[in-house]
Design a binder for this molecule. Sequence first.
Ligand SMILES: [Zn+2]
Ligand SMILES: [Zn+2]
Length: 354
Amino acid sequence: MALQEYECPACGGAMEFNPKTQMLKCPYCDSEFNVKDYVANHNSEGEGELADGYNSSAQSTDSQPLYVYRCGSCGGEILATESLGSTKCPFCSNNVVVKEKFTGQFKPDAIIPFKHTRDDAMETYRKHVKSKKLVPKVFLDENHIDELKGIYVPFWLFNATESFDGSYEATRVRTWSDSRYQYTETKYYNVQRAGTEDFENVPVDGSKEMPDDLMESLEPFDVNEMVPFNMGYLAGFLANKYNVSAKENEPRALARMKNSVALDFKQTISGYSSVRTLSENTGTIKSSHKYALYPVYVLNTSWQGKNYLFAMNGQTGKFVGNLPFSLAQAVKYYIPIAAIASLISFIIYYMFIY
Ligand SMILES: [Zn+2]
Ligand SMILES: [Zn+2]
């Protein structure tokens, strides 16, 4: 199996994709190269080798088999899961991409390159943690922050035309009164809506390991900055190939579109006192998909036996996380307030009784 490597033509250093300049940059001699030119001219065949079942102890915790590749730069052995396609040699820090994971049926159609650096992500994470007063300090420890990784996550992008027809019962209510009576007039309307709506690039992540709701909360990604796939963008980042197929993901994407088509049509009904849905039908007229890699920073850490995940959209900087808080600190934080509140109610109670 061939590895794509990114050695600096000037000094041999391990080059990385630089989100600020959108070029491949050598951190040692500061040389910069255009991503497309570099990969075209240095399409290394590498000496990486797949050693299937290489070592029976080389099993990851969830019993995914591990594969070993040989670093073309130092000869060191790089262990990777089946879906991992872009990584760093742990011995010489050479950035390598397992070409087979991004060619043939696995070749992405497009990629949104990282625009934010790892330092940007660390800064955002620190601010986020500090803004939460109840967070255990352990989340600011450097070794936790070291877990922050830049990952290209595989996404399926669906295009579809959805048809819709809906039928509603709407009312208009008018009230008035004279000296003797109050009058209410209710007029009933039968409201019909029908039509089609086109959807483009509705994303669903193609990675089993990535929680779907977390990925959805990182949206939107700006597809206008999507470019044709090139392996150069992967240098210095982790990347997985998809392990959930487009076919498996399609129902999820179409369900999202059906929800919004129904909402969009219903929103055009206005000027009534009430609207009651009688029936709503959606159907898919045509759908297609493409495969793209989206940039995400992820900090996956565990603390006191629980897993916590923080993530940042590597393009827009949008940050989300299921930040926990420690019970010990929560108690310290809330008890005085609760004590004061119950004291006040006790005094009020006391005053009324006696
Ligand atoms: Zn260099
Ligand atoms: Zn190496």
